[in-house]
Design a protein. Sequence first.
Length: 238
Amino acid sequence: MPRTKPAKSVKSAPKWRRRPEHRPQQIIEAALEVFGECGLANARLQDIAERAGVSKGTIYLYFPNKEELFREMVRQTAVAAIEYAERTVGSGTPTEQLYVAMRGYWNFVRSPVFSTIYRLVLGELHQFPDLAKFYADEVVSRGLKLLSGIIRKGVDAGEFREIDPMIAARMLVALTVMNGIWRDEYTGVPLLCDKKDEQVFQEVAQFYLHSITPFAGCSAQADGAPSDTTLFIPSNND
């Protein structure tokens, strides 16, 4: 009776067989997962290597240590989101520009990437002063500079009331982040899980734009009173 050839395995190819130029990205993706599960202090490069399907030595070809891997993870996620906003919000009125920036920021805040980074920043970066400064400079300050620049243009154009643009930018970030956290069912305080993302975003956008507008009645609108929002919210909100 002739011998049959063993059936070929249907198991997918391990990640280490991917093209070498893809390895840094797969290492970063694995780091995001491991950092999210174990935290930055407890994560080991060996664990990240195993998750990425590469050897620990391969990680050192691209990243000298865990801290630099964290930096690159932030550059490819949070910093990349800011860079995209810087490229795309330059047209239209200041109100339209701010609305676009707000929507982009909301989308990022509602992403799994932000959830992981936010937990690491709040819970662990105090243990890594260099990383804390890096995050403050490259993410927080840069994001506030973008938002405050748009707000400044709106003040100068008379679309927004006289207000310190940096303070207004900080309030916008806080408003967006907290509503995003309350929308997340995994945070432990899912106050807004009964609402859709778009509904919460529109509430944030309407409240905030009303609060900085110089139009009559803006004080009442900032308290959530009903109003005609078409004066403030751009029509093309895709």
